[in-house]
Design a protein around this ligand. Structure first.
Ligand code: CP
Length: 307
């Protein structure tokens, strides 16, 4: 990797780098106007080869709120990829136009490939296949920091599609940087956490269960995930598994009064909408905080206004 400040996986940053970014995000959150010219004159490329609502729009809103301008696409079908252009060639072209690239791609390792291709501008991984989603993790860690839970020896339930759910893969890698947690993996065998992610757990403790109801009372945080329809080869298999876990009132009645329910979103069926008024469900605020976390990330990546 060259010396550009790429952000491809959570372990690209140390604990101190995360903490600096949280301090900056806190400052922006308190006084956004103070930072509204931090990226004046800069251009961001927002390259989404896969669908997104939160990640793309929060990056784009974040950069515009910092005074920068955004170009890009949200549908690769409208780009020369549809004519057969390679990812490497697309990136070589785009880096001549911009100061920073944010890229989501359906292939695992695509963001790493970008770091091997780009020579002028840094790239931020906005999700690569079922591998990693480090800026969702930045959002998740900043949310834990905001709710004063980070570094508190948490018992965190990771529930749902742990096989394809890249947010969980990245979250475990990042929480290990903060000293680890007790990770309670709640998934059916067909959606179990891959071995290569389990092996990242060196400081924390990891246990595996199938029954959410059995463990919910022990959890400080419940991180719900949807079953990742787009990664399934068989529609029938997706239909069989999509409603495997549904968080409902009966389960929440067994949870601690201060347990936080997080979710990277989108939600499909796994959290009953009747729970939405329960203050323990913080995922809409989590998504909102993500914009400030991404503002801090982009300022750090570009090395602007860090006094
Ligand atoms: N959390 C997340 O990545 O959401 P989007 O797919 O909408 O960006």
């Amino acid at each position: 990797m060259n010396c550009l400040s790429h952000f491809i996986r959570p372990s690209d940053w140390q604990q101190s780098t995360y903490e600096e970014s949280f301090r900056l995000a806190d400052l922006i959150l308190q006084d956004p106007g103070k930072y509204s010219h931090s990226c004046d004159g800069k251009v961001l490329a927002s390259l989404f080869f896969e669908p997104s609502t939160r990640t793309r729009l929060s990056f784009e809103a974040a950069f515009q709120r910092l005074g920068g301008r955004v170009i890009g696409f949200s549908d690769q079908g409208n780009t020369s990829t549809a004519k057969g252009e390679s990812l490497e060639d697309t990136l070589r072209i785009v880096e001549g136009y911009v100061d920073l690239i944010v890229m989501r791609h359906f292939l695992e390792g695509a963001a790493y490939l970008a770091t091997q291709t780009l020579t002028k501008v840094p790239v931020i991984n906005a999700g690569d296949g079922s591998h990693q989603h480090p800026t969702q993790t930045l959002t998740d860690l900043y949310t834990l920091h905001h709710y004063q839970k980070l570094g508190k020896n948490l018992t965190i339930g990771l529930c749902g599609d742990l096989l394809f759910g890249r947010t969980v893969h990245s979250l475990i890698e990042a929480l290990e940087i903060f000293g680890g947690c007790h990770y309670v993996c709640i998934a059916p065998k067909d959606l179990a956490l891959p071995a290569y992610v389990q092996e990242k757990v060196k400081k924390g403790k990891i246990t595996f269960v199938e029954d959410l109801q059995e463990v919910i009372g022990d959890l400080d945080v419940l991180y719900m995930t949807r079953v990742q329809k787009e990664r399934f080869v068989s529609e029938q298999e997706y239909e069989r598994l999509k409603g495997y876990y549904i968080l409902d009132q009966e389960k929440m009645d067994r949870a601690k009064k201060d347990m936080l329910v997080m979710h990277p979103l989108p939600r499909v069926v796994e959290v009953d909408r009747k729970l939405d008024k329960d203050p323990r469900l913080i995922f809409f605020n989590q998504a909102h905080l993500g914009m400030y976390a991404r503002m801090a990330l982009m300022m750090k990546t570009l090395g602007v206004n860090l006094d």
